[in-house]
Ligand binder design. Structure first.
Ligand code: DC
Length: 226
């Protein structure tokens, strides 16, 4: 099947994961969560006691680790060297550390290579920070999701609470703000909207509303390619 990529980028908590997953379901596309890959590597670095300031060690870790997304492509299980770490990569410890790992150029090179290899065939919704700018600059549809910091923190709080992890709204505002700063300020592939990515402000939108809008854009692009 020829390649068709829907790139969904945006800051933490803008609703990328839920939107991307449901859009993929609705359209029968596969789903790739690239943030989960950076999280997996971060989890392994923390487990191994690697100094997060040691870029060489982190680059080496990225080159030598095997990161697998579940083979059905639903993106709901993540394996590092064969171990299922799907739950472990969502802890507050990993969330706090991940931006430091993701800003290392050697780490990004290894992850981007892997992402391209995975999504290079078939129809994919790929979600991250640099998908429309760096990983797939020629993506068929590019969406940049945004929402106010307050709303993003509140969504994250509810999502974590549903999984039994308690963090206050205030803590999450601070954590997301710090993460945005590092993700947008780093030198290598910073979080930024690609010129040709359609912005979608999800503040006040329901998940169904966001999904409908992205599906509409994808259908229009598919129609235009026929
Ligand atoms: O989407 P998320 O919160 O799971 O992403 C975790 C971190 O990974 C985020 O702080 C930035 C980084 N990331 C990145 O740098 N590039 C991507 N394509 C995806 C995520």
């Amino acid at each position: 099947m020829s390649r068709f990529v829907v790139a969904i980028d945006g800051p933490a908590g803008a609703g990328k994961s839920t939107t991307a997953r449901r859009v993929a379901e609705r359209l029968g596309f596969l789903y790739l969560d690239t943030g989960a890959m950076y999280r997996a590597l971060t989890w392994k670095a923390l487990e191994g006691g690697i100094d997060l300031a040691d870029e060489e060690a982190l680059g080496e870790l990225a080159e030598t680790s095997r990161i697998d997304i579940d083979s059905e492509g639903r993106g709901d299980r993540l394996l590092v060297d064969g171990d299922d770490v799907t739950e472990e990569i969502r802890t507050p410890e990993v969330s706090r550390a991940v931006s430091h790992v993701a800003k290392v150029p050697a780490v990004r090179r290894a992850m981007v290579r892997l992402q391209r290899a995975i999504a290079n065939e078939g129809r994919f919704v790929v979600e991250g920070r640099d998908i429309g700018t760096v990983v797939f600059p020629d993506a068929d549809v590019k969406v940049y999701l945004e929402a106010s910091l307050e709303e993003r923190a509140e969504r994250r709080r509810r999502e974590l609470s549903d999984r039994g992890v308690q963090q206050t709204h205030g803590e999450l505002v601070e954590e997301i703000r710090r993460r945005d700063e590092i993700d947008s300020g780093r030198e290598d592939s910073p979080l930024t909207r690609a010129d040709d990515a359609g912005p979608l402000d999800t503040t006040g939108l329901t998940i169904e509303g966001q999904v409908d809008e992205v599906v509409r854009r994808v259908r229009a692009a598919l129609e235009a390619q026929r």
